[in-house]
Design a protein around this ligand. Structure first.
Ligand code: ARG
Length: 459
């Protein structure tokens, strides 16, 4: 297809160069935003009498037709066009002749593309927020159901203190809730319209940038036209928020993979979210969680690509910036795909409470509580800590655990030990006594669930 800009040139663009230059294979995704942006622009041109109202209406009507035809599938996007902006304009002129050629008055592809990406990312990020909410909801459901299931809590992947499964799960709910607020925050900063910045310097026409901004759902206009067409900081901010989401999902995935293993068997993934092996009949693999963990690297890569692409660019627009789209599109789509599979995977796993409990029983997970028992009887914590350390060493040597030591044995270490110590160090007591805010007791977890539900409602 002939180029819009061919007037200045005496030779056609080399085919390889043309292919290299083209972005329509990936920016055609923005056809809706491009057309809606153009409709608002045409309405503004009419309202400000830069073109006649009649021409504006003809353009708007034709653009509406193009949008509907693409959505219906009766109009195929011509992949030989340089980009989606060129395609829509060419199709418009195709349909209404010279009137269509008036649309690009007081506009450049530079402000057009800066507008389209913002609108596209606004739509897609809102989808991510909905998916995150659903994932938090799924976590809350599991936490509610398993708020009293006891398992070992780990530090250094060593059994540390007994916790409830609800408590552990709600940690992820809090992380994802922060991710939601991070996205909303980024959206707020992004939601200013660059349309009307034109190529970089603004325009001599008497345009009304607030008119289009308002029509397109922006909170205002970018205050500097060079900034409006030059920066893609909003892409980077979102890519960084997406990277954090992936980091959270990846840590959760790692635990789901561990918990599903025979060594742990704390949870059983639903058959509909696991796969088998082609050779080992016994296998049930946690592929979904592994893929989420694997795709995290990809999203980090997109963030790096964007940061690096922009770092050396002089103002204003440079063609390098066309590279923003594949990176940010990949990142938002990957996050969406991961969340789409993650929420139902979490919602449908079953919890093996007995295995969790057994894992918490072995070892010295209640050692802190034994020290606390002595502290409550008057001993300074450091002294109690040392005594319990000696008791643990004795147990290891004699193949015992704290619960199986006799009172006589305990008495050798301190007169403070009485029969009531056994109740104090039972797993149930260890958990139910941790009533501090944010702690692991059922009561505390219920509060955390309430906070999370409240936050979901207000968002
Ligand atoms: N396809 C281009 C991009 O995505 C549109 C902007 C082109 N502007 C220009 N001055 N060549 O960045």
């Amino acid at each position: 297809m002939g180029k819009m800009w061919e007037g200045r040139f005496s030779k056609a663009l080399d085919q390889t160069a043309d292919d290299f230059n083209s972005s329509i294979s990936f920016d055609s995704k923005m056809f809706r935003q491009d057309i809606k942006g153009s409709m608002a622009h045409a309405a503004m041109l009419g309202a400000k009498e830069i073109i006649s109202v009649e021409d504006a209406n003809t353009i708007i009507g034709a653009l509406q037709g193009i949008l509907e035809d693409i959505e219906k599938g009766t109009l195929k996007i011509d992949m030989t066009c340089e980009d989606i902006h060129m395609f829509v304009e060419a199709e418009l002129t195709n349909r209404i002749g010279d009137v269509g050629k008036r649309l690009h008055t007081a506009r450049s592809r530079n402000d057009q593309v800066a507008l389209d990406i913002r609108m596209y990312l606004r739509d897609e990020t809102n989808k991510v927020i909905e998916l995150l909410k659903d994932t938090v909801q799924a976590i809350i459901e599991q936490a509610q159901e398993n708020k009293d299931a006891i398992l070992p809590g780990y530090t250094h992947l060593q059994r540390a203190q007994p916790i409830t499964f609800g408590h552990h799960l709600m940690a992820y709910a809090m992380m994802l809730l922060r991710d939601i607020s991070r996205l909303k925050d980024a959206l707020k900063r992004m939601n200013f319209s660059p349309l009307g910045s034109c190529a970089l310097a603004g325009t001599t026409y008497n345009t009304d940038r607030n008119f289009t901004a308002q029509k397109l759902g922006f909170d205002g206009i970018t205050a500097n036209s060079i900034d409006g067409v030059s920066d893609r900081d909003f892409c980077i901010e979102l890519a960084s928020a997406f990277s954090l989401i992936m980091m959270h999902l990846s840590r959760f995935s790692e635990e789901i993979i561990l918990w599903s293993s025979w060594e742990f068997k704390f949870i059983e993934l639903d058959d509909s979210f696991t796969t088998g092996s082609s050779i080992m009949p016994q296998k049930k693999n946690s592929d979904m969680a592994e893929l989420v963990r694997g795709k995290t690297g990809r999203v980090y890569g997109d963030l790096m690509a964007l940061l690096t692409m922009l770092k050396g660019l002089p103002l204003a627009y440079n063609k390098d910036m066309q590279e923003d789209k594949e990176a940010i599109f990949d990142s938002v789509e990957t996050v969406q795909k991961c969340l789409e599979v993650f929420a139902p995977m979490v919602r449908t796993f079953t919890v093996c409470r007995d295995n969790m409990y057994k894992a918490a029983q072995k070892g010295f997970i209640n050692a802190t509580d034994l020290a606390d028992y002595m502290v409550k009887k008057g001993l300074p914590f450091r002294t109690a800590y040392k005594t319990v350390g000696q008791i643990v060493a004795y147990c290891i040597e004699n193949n015992k655990v704290l619960d199986t030591m006799s009172l006589e044995e305990y008495k050798k270490y301190s007169d403070l030990f009485e029969e009531d110590l056994y109740n104090e160090i039972s797993l149930e007591t260890c958990v139910s006594k941790r009533i501090s805010e944010g702690g692991t007791s059922v009561e505390s977890v219920e509060k955390q669930i309430k906070i999370a539900l409240e936050s979901l409602k207000n968002d």
